[in-house]
Write a protein that binds this ligand. Structure first.
Ligand code: NAD
Length: 438
């Protein structure tokens, strides 16, 4: 099948590459000329495990091409995916200007039947708006389908190739057949393709992300309570996670959720609810708690240094909003950096993949180290913001010899409390007792 993917970011590039991998001919369209040039010359533009190999193979075999021209990209395609940004507008609602702009352009250039698919996360009713924007100029028949994407950055290729489910919102039989044929190779193990109406599909994506954000936030609140009552959140997590109605996943407390999806999707659902005159109370609480949680370590750090961080050198491990990605959108580390700098500290950081992206934002306000250990040289304390696996079992002897003080503030609960005690660290984490030096 011939496919076009408009918007070649995290979702678009993974989508395009994975559809090419199952034998389709894919053209990815992006307005960013330098991105298209890089991709066309075989350079991958994002870090995503396993993606580069598939990208290079399919490009070499001629099934994956890139262009800045919407016209050229979509002309032979049977299905056109829109994987465009839907950032929060000023009032928190999803800004549809990219989607509706492209929809309007499509109306002018389509000359034969096409299926236009919203892959972006969009509020309920967007498929109708996209339909109207295309219809304004359209000279041909077309269908608009909602097909929200559930991939997780860091495991995006696996998620796309073996999805738990594929959600397809359409009431058109013609579109349904094409979408079913396209996705059949991805669900051979029997995971479902769930056909439903467009609105239910649109809401499914927001409901999924908001539920997961709520689950994390609930555990962050339990962690807060543990600290006040002297309980251990790790024990509570295991205690409740073994109940299969609750499940083990997404119960790890930390310094808040970030990324390009949860924050904006919870916000957008809250806004949609208000517009629908429904007071969705949990969502407001989730947003409020998460904002505070991002800075959970700050009072602990300040209190350790007697509220005086002037001239203190802090080593910061981890910048990405989660491991295995270079994505720093809404990353808790960025909030910690701002607060530490404002309090007069200096920061040396290391992240395996996200340093270039952070450099573009903070420039030379902080120092970027060559390795996780270089970041520790002469630092007064280590702060951990992302649970990259290389941070999980570090060489503690090296940490001890490089840090000025044996002090760790861990926003991801990476280390065992008894080990920290045994090694003589001052160690504070989330929802667990503080280990203080005797
Ligand atoms: P992104 O910012 O990484 O990529 C968007 C791309 O669209 C960019 O390359 C940009 O240059 C391009 N673009 C903007 N305007 C364009 C235009 N007029 N024509 C062509 N290209 C244009 O965004 P993303 O993370 O891939 O997210 C895309 C959508 O998918 C969002 O709605 C997001 O909520 C949703 N989503 C994201 C993820 C994720 O993990 N990133 C997961 C599921 C769903």
């Amino acid at each position: 099948m011939k496919i076009a993917v408009v918007g070649t970011g995290y979702v678009g590039l993974v989508t395009g590459t994975c559809f090419a991998e199952t034998g389709n001919n894919v053209t990815c369209v992006d307005i960013d000329k330098s991105k298209v040039e890089k991709l066309s010359s075989g350079q991958i533009t994002i870090y995503e495990p396993g993606l580069e190999k598939l990208f290079l193979r399919n490009q070499k075999e001629g099934r994956l091409t890139f262009t800045t021209s919407l016209d050229e990209g979509v002309k032979d395609a049977a299905i056109i995916f829109l994987a465009l940004p839907t950032p929060p507008g000023e009032d928190g609602s999803a800004d549809l200007k990219y989607i509706l702009g492209v929809a309007s352009d499509l109306g002018k250039i389509l000359t034969s039947y096409k299926v236009i698919v919203d892959k972006s996360t969009v509020p309920v009713g967007t498929a109708d708006k996209v339909h109207a924007a295309i219809a304004k100029n359209a000279k041909t028949e077309f269908d608009v389908v909602s097909n929200p994407e559930f991939l997780r950055e860091g495991v995006a290729v696996d998620d796309f190739m073996k999805p738990d489910r594929v959600v397809i919102g359409t009431t058109s039989d013609r579109a349904k057949k094409l979408m079913n044929d396209l996705y059949a190779p991805f669900v051979r193990q029997g995971n479902p393709i769930l056909f439903m109406d467009e609105k239910s599909a649109e809401l499914t994506k927001y409901a999924a992300n908001s539920f997961l954000a709520t689950k994390i936030t609930f555990m962050n609140e339990i962690a807060q309570l543990c600290e006040r009552l002297g309980a251990d959140v790790d024990m509570v997590r295991r205690g409740i996670g073994s109940d299969e109605r609750i499940g083990k996943r997404f119960l790890f407390p930390g310094i808040g959720y970030g990324g390009s999806c949860f924050p904006k999707d919870v916000q957008a659902l809250a806004k949609s609810s208000k517009e629908a005159k429904y007071d969705f109370k949990i969502l407001d609480a989730v947003m409020d708690v998460n904002e505070k949680q991002k800075l959970h370590l700050l009072p602990k750090i300040k209190s350790y240094f007697n509220n005086n961080l002037k001239g203190k050198k802090i080593a910061l491990w981890g910048l990405a909003f989660k491991p295995n990605t270079d994505d720093i959108r809404e990353a808790p580390a960025l909030y910690i950096i701002d607060e530490l700098l404002a309090a007069g500290a200096t920061i040396t950081t290391f992240d395996p993949e996200a340093m270039n992206n952070v450099k573009q934002i903070v420039g030379d306000k902080i120092t970027f180290a060559k390795s996780q250990y270089d970041a520790l040289i002469d630092a007064d304390a280590l702060v951990i913001a992302t649970e990259w696996s290389e941070f999980r079992t570090p060489e503690f002897e090296k940490i001890t010899s490089l840090l000025k003080n044996k002090v760790i503030f861990d926003g991801r609960n990476l280390f065992d409390l008894s080990l920290m005690q045994e090694l003589g660290f001052h160690y504070e984490s989330v929802g667990r007792k503080a280990i203080t030096k005797a």
